[in-house]
Ligand binder design. Structure first.
Ligand code: NAP
Length: 477
């Protein structure tokens, strides 16, 4: 189908790292695949006093290198879409110039304003956009993370933006929602009759959600040290993975029906009352020739910032009562994965007929998108059973061009679909659940546990599962 939405995309922070590495490459890919309206225009905006040509030269230098399979003819056409305006968020007059540019094309269907800038600019940018008349219903505002650093700061951002834009004009980015593997959870659960009857406390022993990285903080020590793993990964990506895993069947696939069900999951999370036992923080220590976190560039040697978190969560509703949800993320771990593991209870006959091989479903979002189901099968020449895995490779199962998360999200905004973006109440509920952990850690005299760089993480997190008789996936057979 031909792209329907004739758009202007106003990209604030157009000279920045995110724009160059991710957003402009994503827009090029959409363009090259014929998925942008032929008249759609990209208007780069930032402080630098570039002419259009100078900006294009920068894009050619800094962004093109991040694009695979570039075609010269397609790139030349892509450049035709791009314009540039020097604008300082502090200067009201610059917004009048922006409005003049946008109003040159009154027939557009959508004006997407992407704020790829530090969050401190969200409020002044929204205020001045509105003052320049750039908050009409066809204007959509995209907010990059981080959306706050705790509940109070998240609320403040939301209130500031809500003063000028309706909730259905606001697109809060969590790029995990752009991943096919995560989106696939809903059809897997609600489009098949096979799994849903078992997807509850009667059959499931425990759930694990992991995002593990092999990289350390690299050159981002300064940013990371004031952020930490909980803010960087848990409050957003892991909570979203939890929502898709645990939510009830939505009334429809309309954005608010799905978001209502996600919100109910977050609101049903039991408060973390015994934080030292339920939320374990760690920091990587030097090992096997790798730096420890405290030795990284621009990290204070006495930093207490967590590079690892493991949380034992519980959802207080009839479907999940009593089922532990173990959530963890960390840097400098043994492998790079993002996965959801459902561990099933053993057979009710307690192994009388066959030795227990508990079933397990592992849904991987990266590095591959797969669903793996662990089953018992008969050993050859014997009545014994042995474990085996049934593997569904989603890239093979559903053939077709797979877009990077940012490309998909940008196309969704242009087309005005809110499904893959967080609503205000979801984010605030997630912060309400996790802010006490941050406050507890800030006040605690106990430093994070150390774990060797390149390992599977903190020993205390292993012990937290062992108390329940559970094991992390890498320790299971
Ligand atoms: P960055 O490289 O520091 O770029 C900042 C951008 O903001 C530049 O284009 C800069 O323009 C512009 N800017 C600064 N002050 C301005 C002002 N007063 N008026 C108008 N524009 C101004 O930052 P980034 O890494 O691209 O990140 C942007 C946002 O995305 C941040 O909130 C970051 O946390 C978030 N984010 C980044 C990444 C990433 O991978 N980089 C990933 C996820 C989220 P000039 O250069 O012309 O001054």
């Amino acid at each position: 189908m031909k792209p329907q939405t004739n758009f202007d995309l106003v990209l604030f922070g157009a000279t920045g790292d995110l724009a160059m590495r991710k957003l402009l490459p994503a827009l090029y890919q959409a363009h090259a695949a014929g998925l942008l309206h032929p008249q759609g225009r990209i208007l780069g905006v930032s402080r630098s006093k570039f002419s259009r040509e100078e900006f294009l030269a920068k894009v050619g230098r800094d962004s093109k290198i991040h694009i695979k399979n570039i075609e010269d003819a397609a790139w030349a056409q892509f450049e035709q879409r791009i314009d540039y305006l020097s604008l300082d968020v502090g200067e009201a007059a610059d917004f009048s110039a922006l409005a003049d540019k946008v109003n040159q094309r009154p027939d557009t269907d959508a004006v997407v304003v992407y704020l790829s800038t530090a969050p401190k600019f969200f409020a002044p940018a929204c205020e001045k956009l509105a003052a320049a008349g750039l908050n009409a219903p066809k204007v959509r505002i995209v907010l990059e993370k981080p959306l706050g650093t705790d509940l109070a700061s998240c609320r403040k951002i939301n209130e500031d933006v809500a003063a000028y834009f309706q909730e259905n004009q606001i697109y809060r980015i969590d790029h995990y929602l752009g991943k096919e593997g995560l989106q696939n959870l809903l059809p897997l659960r609600f489009g098949n009759s096979l799994f849903e009857p078992l997807w509850n406390k009667d059959y499931i022993q425990s759930v694990q959600i992991t995002i593990a990285e092999t990289l350390g903080v690299e050159e981002r020590g300064e940013f990371y040290d004031i952020t930490g793993a909980l803010r960087d990964m848990v409050q957003n990506h892991i909570v979203q993975m939890l929502c898709f895993t645990a939510m009830e069947r939505p009334k429809s696939l309309a954005a608010d029906d799905v978001r209502d069900e996600k919100l109910k999951v977050i609101q049903s999370l039991k408060p973390l009352n015994d934080i030292d036992k339920q939320a374990i923080r760690g920091q990587y220590a030097p090992s096997a020739g790798l730096n420890g976190y405290a030795q990284e560039h621009k990290v204070p040697v006495d930093s207490r910032t967590e590079t690892y978190v493991a949380i034992k969560a519980e959802i207080d509703n009839p479907r999940w009562a009593g089922v532990p949800f173990y959530l963890r993320t960390g840097k400098r771990l043994a492998g790079r994965t993002a996965e959801i593991v459902l561990n099933f209870k053993p057979q009710p006959d307690d192994g009388k007929l066959y030795a227990a091989v508990p079933n397990r479903i592992v849904i991987s979002l990266q590095p591959q998108e797969t669903v793996r189901v662990r089953l018992a099968v008969k050993a050859v020449g014997s009545d014994r059973t042995v474990p085996a895995e049934m593997v569904l490779d989603l890239a093979q199962a559903a053939a077709g061009r797979r877009a990077e998360a940012y490309e998909l999200l940008l196309r969704e905004v242009i087309d005005g679909r809110l499904n893959l973006f967080n609503r205000r109440d979801e984010l605030e509920a997630a912060w309400a659940w996790l802010t006490p952990v941050l406050e507890h850690w800030a006040a605690s005299p106990v430093p994070p546990h150390l774990y060797p760089a390149g390992s599977h993480g903190v020993e205390a997190a292993r012990a937290m599962l062992a108390e329940n008789g559970d094991l992390w996936l890498e320790e299971q057979d």
